[in-house]
Design a protein around this ligand. Structure first.
Ligand SMILES: *[C@@H]1O[C@H](CO)[C@@H](O)[C@H](O)[C@H]1NC(C)=O
Ligand SMILES: *[C@@H]1O[C@H](CO)[C@@H](O)[C@H](O)[C@H]1NC(C)=O
Ligand SMILES: *[C@@H]1O[C@H](CO)[C@@H](O)[C@H](O)[C@H]1NC(C)=O
Ligand SMILES: *[C@@H]1O[C@H](CO)[C@@H](O)[C@H](O)[C@H]1NC(C)=O
Length: 410
């Protein structure tokens, strides 16, 4: 807890705290004090800054599948559920432990689709919501406790599929998703505190939005932005458009709050994002054209940067080496790594948040071994990135293959 507060008062994270009084904030008080779990007792080992020296290893999931819900917590990465080759849904959870270097398996309480995944308080992995076999949104949250190695369940206030996650440190916000009612896109927010109590709020944005959620856990700051919104909520026909709405979430000991952030500069579908050092990078995605004078779909190489220290989007976007739609984006130390997301490149794009630019001259190292779409990614201890499952063979076949990129110093 001390570490978190120290970080909030230092450098990159400062603005978000100051802005709490400067902006009009809708506060959502959380029940009870956070349980005193000491997440910082065994800290991450640091990462190798020379990306060409990252070690590669392969592994296999217990069952081939795509659309897996993935998260990491403690020294574990968990890959839960997903779609099997025959299109039915899996309840299998494959778990990798970086300390023992071993894979184990567990099961979700219910196999389902469109599960949201994230971590809480350096202790819990959460698998929230989804759709049941009749395509009804669910409120079920499967919880794995890394301290007791036990599974339990809690419940969202609002059932929904594919909710987004912001791990804010001692609080995790579970945002939006597909609600299955007339509004279709949910405005609901459930906050889970470190004692697994849930409280809720509603985002008062102009339109319900299915955005990209990116958090910087060390700063206790999260951004919900981009994605798409419904311009005709409650009407008979939805009007889905790429969204520029941005909401900034800030955690403190007992509460989390949110406020409107500056508009996302380049609304588009299918972007991905991650954050490090208070720098939030949202990259890739696609735009739809009319199909005659312009192509039906244009995949983008654009990367937009939001700085927590200025509270602004950069006016000069960066460029990926290739256009990427639905890229996997992970933070490794000071780096933000973009990988996959298009069927054209195995190469990584690595953004150094210290310099604000992409690393040049990587010469295909590190690189993916197997091109894949709809894969899952999680990073353990801020240094071991794992890419698991997905579709290969032009999207025809679910794969069990796993790739581990080890940037850990020890
Ligand atoms: C799909 O495959 C799984 C695993 O092979 C099997 O258990 C399940 O019964 C299959 N489902 C259908 C609908 O065929
Ligand atoms: C909390 O959730 C309940 C149940 O979905 C809902 O009726 C209520 O409006 C929500 N409260 C807020 C503040 O959004
Ligand atoms: C955000 O998008 C809306 C349309 O949804 C548009 O009216 C508005 O001007 C945009 N805001 C900015 C700052 O670009
Ligand atoms: C790959 O996909 C094709 C087309 O769906 C299917 O017929 C075939 O059985 C799959 N192969 C494997 C190994 O799953």
């Amino acid at each position: 807890m001390t570490g978190l507060i120290t970080n909030l008062f230092s450098g990159a994270c400062l603005l978000a705290l100051l802005s709490q009084s400067a902006l009009h904030i809708l506060a959502a008080p959380l029940p009870g004090a956070a349980a005193d779990t000491d997440a910082s007792s065994d800290s991450a080992p640091g990462y190798l800054s020379d990306a060409t020296s990252w070690k590669f290893a392969g592994a296999m999931l217990s069952v081939p599948r795509s659309s897996i819900a993935a998260t990491s917590v403690g020294h574990l990465a968990l890959f839960a559920g997903g779609r099997l080759q025959n299109n039915s849904y899996s309840d299998v959870v494959d778990i990798f432990n970086r300390q023992t270097n071993k894979w184990t398996t567990a099961r979700l309480s219910v196999a389902r689709s469109e599960i949201g995944a994230g971590s809480l308080a350096g202790r819990y992995a959460l698998f929230a919501g989804g759709f049941d076999s009749s395509f009804r949104p669910m409120s079920l949250v499967d919880v794995y406790d890394t301290e007791t190695a036990q599974w339990s369940t809690i419940s969202l206030n609002t059932p929904r599929g594919a909710p987004r996650f912001l791990d804010l440190g001692e609080t995790t916000a579970i945002i939006g998703g597909l609600s299955g009612d007339l509004q279709y896109l949910s405005r609901a927010v459930d906050y889970v505190s470190a004692d697994l109590k849930i409280s809720n709020a509603t985002i008062p944005s102009a339109y319900p939005q299915f955005g990209v959620a990116v958090s910087d856990r060390d700063c206790g700051i999260g951004l919900f932005t981009s994605g798409y919104q419904n311009n005709k909520p409650g009407e008979r026909f939805n009007d889905f458009q790429p969204s520029n709405q941005s909401t900034l979430f800030v955690a403190n000991d007992l509460s989390a709050s949110f406020s409107q952030a500056p508009a996302f500069p380049s609304p588009r579908w299918g972007a991905g994002g991650a954050a490090s050092n208070g720098l939030f990078a949202i990259g890739g995605g696609h735009l739809f054209g009319d199909g005659t004078t312009e192509p039906l779909t244009t995949v983008l190489d654009r990367v937009d940067l939001f700085s927590a220290s200025t509270g602004q989007w950069s006016s000069t976007p960066l460029k990926l080496s290739v256009p990427r739609d639905y890229p996997m984006v992970q933070a490794i130390g000071d780096y933000i790594v973009f990988v996959g997301g298009s069927d054209v490149s195995k190469d990584f794009d690595i953004l150094d948040t210290k310099s604000g630019s992409f690393i040049q001259g990587l010469k295909h190292r590190p690189a993916l071994y197997t091109l894949r779409t709809d894969a899952a990614a999680a990073t353990i201890d801020d240094c071991l990135m794992i890419i698991a499952g997905g579709l290969v063979n032009q999207g025809r076949n679910a794969t069990a293959s796993v790739e581990l990129f080890n940037a850990c110093r020890t």
